[in-house]
Design a protein around this ligand. Structure first.
Ligand SMILES: Cc1cc2nc3c(=O)[nH]c(=O)nc-3n(C[C@H](O)[C@H](O)[C@H](O)COP(=O)(O)OP(=O)(O)OC[C@H]3O[C@@H](n4cnc5c(N)ncnc54)[C@H](O)[C@@H]3O)c2cc1C
Length: 287
């Protein structure tokens, strides 16, 4: 189906884009890579009267390191993140996560900001973003604010971003020495979206976990922190039984939902399996 008619705007600055959002309110939608919004428009699930394309705004797609953080522009494509030497060396799990998204066309067009703002419950980045303890920078009419990953995902396709705000940056702590990280998912065979996905970021010292970040996607209506797994790993020596015991807590506190991909029971099982595999992969990757 063709999308409903709309006016197309190409602001040259964030300020101009914010002005357009302010002028058109609920009738306006931001466009980034278009790989979630355009399909929704073609199904007439979204019918914005004004499309505000961010791709002509300079400076929104860079990737740099600043004060122990990777600063990734919201318009950085999945491919830019997957292939960035900086991301691969400072935060390999994020490059690996980007590389698992969809297919080459999706990765060439889709952006990290679009993916996070869209908040698809089966998207890949959110698990890694939560496990890493990243922060999102939003700009709105009143200026900039920073939103922690734990506070960002609010529900199905819903985030803490206001309708008058633009996600401009994602700030990710670099993975230092003694840190190992991994993201693994059970991909849907057609779309490659995560039926479930688990990211683990572990700091390991003298064979024991001193800090654990574990994020889950796909299981419910939004990505969440796997607090049970984190608590199960904290201070533990990493033998097989400790890893299994921690992984078995993956569904704890998660509002697991049955959907076309599987029953609640099946998804709970997948969560435990992928939590164990992600922990094992993170341990193997400790530097
Ligand atoms: C065939 C196919 C397979 C896919 N497979 C996967 C997969 O395996 N894993 C996965 O994670 N994703 C997958 N995706 C989704 C893909 O990653 C999208 O690119 C992503 O969800 C949206 O990013 P975008 O840049 O295309 O955003 P758009 O589609 O342009 O926008 C999405 C939403 O975010 C808003 N938005 C965009 N940018 C901003 C911003 N900077 N600030 C505030 N709001 C903003 C828009 O207004 C819109 O509501 C797939 C998509 C397709 C079509």
């Amino acid at each position: 189906m063709y999308p409903a008619q709309f006016d197309y705007h190409t602001p040259g600055t964030v300020r101009e884009a914010l002005d357009l959002l302010g002028r058109y309110g609920d009738d306006a939608k931001l466009l980034a890579g278009g790989h979630s919004l355009i399909p929704a428009m073609r199904f007439r699930l979204a019918q914005p009267k004004h499309l505000v394309d961010l791709r002509k705004v300079p400076g929104l797609a860079g990737i740099k390191e600043e004060g122990g953080m990777l600063v990734i522009g919201a318009l950085a494509t999945h491919y830019a993140i997957e292939s960035s030497a900086l991301v691969k060396s400072k935060c390999p799990v994020l490059a690996a996560t980007a590389a698992m998204i969809g297919d080459p066309m999706v990765r060439n067009m889709g952006t990290i900001g679009g993916s996070l703002a869209h908040a698809d419950p089966a998207a890949d980045y959110p698990a890694a973003i939560i496990a890493l303890g990243a922060e999102m920078v939003a700009e709105g009419p009143k200026g900039k604010r920073t939103i922690k990953a734990d506070d960002f995902f609010k529900g199905l396709l819903t985030t803490a971003l206001g309708a008058d705000e633009i996600l401009t940056e994602v700030r990710v702590p670099v993975c230092g020495p003694k840190v190992g990280c991994a993201y693994l998912k059970f991909p849907h065979p057609a779309s490659r979206f995560a039926v479930v996905g688990v990211a683990a970021v572990l700091t390991v010292d003298a064979g024991k976990v001193t800090k654990a970040g574990v994020g889950i996607t796909g299981a419910g209506t939004k990505a969440v922190r796997a607090k049970g797994v984190e608590a199960g790993l904290q201070g533990k020596a990493l033998d097989a039984s400790a890893i299994q015991a921690a992984a078995d807590r993956a569904p704890d506190g998660v509002d697991v939902q049955a959907d076309l991909q599987g029953s609640e029971e099946y998804k709970r099982h997948l969560l435990k399996v992928f939590a164990r595999r992600s922990i094992e992969a993170a341990v193997a990757a400790v530097r």
